[in-house]
Design a protein around this ligand. Structure first.
Ligand code: HEC
Ligand code: HEC
Length: 395
């Protein structure tokens, strides 16, 4: 009896001595998609959480939705794989329309509700409001689709100084490499957000998205869009402008989109490392600049940080297959901002109109300034092409 008790006491100790030692976990937990920038202050983390609530909140006519709109929350279109991501469905695409007649100026049809279509209306939701959703007007002879990009790391992109962008511009292809990147400059301001780099700041884009996509007027954009260019019918706009009267949505969304962290890299295998070399040697990096750096910034998490975005933030002429003839600022129809490739591995659809789910097809669509590089890619041995795709899938 006594011996057994003794054994009971010492068995656990014996087990500890005989079993292999439990490994202590020292590796840091890798950041996940949609987490805040590493190193934010407690105050900024609170602002980020406040903003995330605004980003996911559903709007109603009483909170300012409509009179025409495309969806009820930011996250409805920016959800893949988490809030702040890209579109999860082709239904998240936005339609632009315009009219262009030979010899006449490009017309975004503002008087008919352009440049964006709002495909829903609060008619039917508000008793006493009769209002059809917008349609592409018969006068439009151009339409274009745009998919929602990821918003991860936008604060870092914003922190890149203009000079870093301008130094890579080569509008007349002085160095004769076939690549002629141009900044999209309007009224002296360099744009960097949106598929055509037409919008200069996150704040501008946030204000625009509030009013264009949700119909919520705000301090930057205090006027409702007129549905199809017509006056708003009585009973269809029940909230005084600006509907974001305390600016809590505009500012919250600004904090969320500025402080959301960059997309984390996937596993780095040997194929990925080889593919990275192929990416550079083939010339993809001539436009998809692997990394830029933020300038001095009062927010430490954004101060002099590397930004591995894989874009030069310039626009390039990409050839007829990608030309929808719609002009934004200084960027004509076939010119697009070099799409940042970070976060590619969780994306479902590629290119501005989400025309493909296949990376090799996306590369095949590259024309114009990218023709030589595209041809070089398709002339590579199959193994090198596979390595390059493995690299893209790690981003
Ligand atoms: C109906 C879908 C839809 C909704 C809702 C929506 N977006 Fe977007 N978002 C888009 C599309 C499409 C684009 C690309 C537009 C373009 O470049 O022409 C975009 C682009 C952006 C960009 C620019 C990203 C970049 O890398 O250039 C920001 C910032 C943004 N949206 C923020 C928001 C915010 C904030 C909200 C909520 C107020 C919102 N979006 C709601 C579809 C949507
Ligand atoms: C001349 C500049 C240029 C070169 C060279 C170039 N690209 Fe692109 N790339 C772009 C632009 C601009 C877009 C956006 C086009 C659009 O959406 O219509 C883009 C889009 C992409 C996309 C889709 C990204 C998305 O967000 O949907 C992928 C993938 C891509 N490029 C990979 C490559 C690879 C791989 C190479 C080399 C074989 C390459 N690119 C060479 C300018 C370039």
């Amino acid at each position: 009896m006594k011996t057994r008790r003794w054994l009971l006491l010492f068995l656990p100790l014996l087990a500890l001595l005989l079993l292999p030692p439990v490994r202590t976990i020292t590796a840091q937990v890798a950041p996940q998609f949609g987490e805040p920038l590493p190193g934010l202050s407690d105050i900024d983390l609170t602002l980020f959480a406040f903003g995330k609530e605004k980003f996911t909140a559903t709007q109603t006519p009483a909170t300012g939705l409509g009179p025409v709109f495309n969806d009820r929350s930011c996250v409805a279109c920016h959800s893949n794989p988490v809030p702040g991501g890209s579109g999860a469905s082709l239904d998240n695409r936005v339609t632009r329309f315009a009219r262009q007649v030979q010899g006449q100026p490009f017309d975004p049809l503002l008087h008919l509700g352009g440049p964006n279509l709002q495909k829903f209306s609060v008619g039917g939701e508000l008793p006493g409001c009769s209002l059809p959703p917008e349609v592409v007007p018969a006068e439009a002879n151009l339409t274009g689709l745009r998919q929602p990009p990821q918003l991860f790391g936008l604060g870092l992109i914003q922190g890149i100084p203009d000079t870093e962008i301008l130094v890579r511009a080569d509008p007349t292809d002085e160095n004769d490499d076939g690549i002629a990147g141009r900044p999209n400059i309007s009224n002296g301001v360099i744009g960097r957000f949106g598929w055509k780099a037409a919008v200069p700041t996150i704040l501008d884009f946030t204000g625009l998205a509030l009013v264009n996509e949700l119909g919520v007027t705000n301090y930057l954009f205090p006027h409702e869009m007129s549905p199809q260019g017509k006056p708003i019918p009585v009973g269809c706009d029940v909230t005084a402008d600006p509907e974001d009267g305390d600016a809590s949505r505009l500012s919250g969304l600004l904090f969320f989109t500025t402080f959301v962290g960059p997309p984390p890299r996937g596993p780095i295998t040997d194929a990925v490392l080889r593919g990275e070399t192929v990416f550079a040697q083939t010339g993809c990096a001539l436009c998809h600049t692997p990394s830029m750096k933020t300038g001095p910034n009062p927010v430490e998490a954004l101060n002099e940080k590397d930004v591995p975005l894989y874009s030069d933030l310039l626009t390039h002429y990409m050839g007829g297959a990608l030309d929808d003839h719609i002009i934004e600022g200084a960027a004509g129809g076939g010119r697009w901002r070099t799409a940042p490739l970070w976060g590619l591995r969780v994306r479902h659809f590629f290119l501005h109109d989400a025309r493909t789910t296949d990376l090799v097809t996306a590369i095949r669509q590259h024309g114009g300034e990218a023709s030589q590089v595209r041809n070089r890619f398709f002339n590579l041995p199959a193994i090198q092409r596979a390595d390059l795709v493995a690299f893209l899938r790690s981003l």
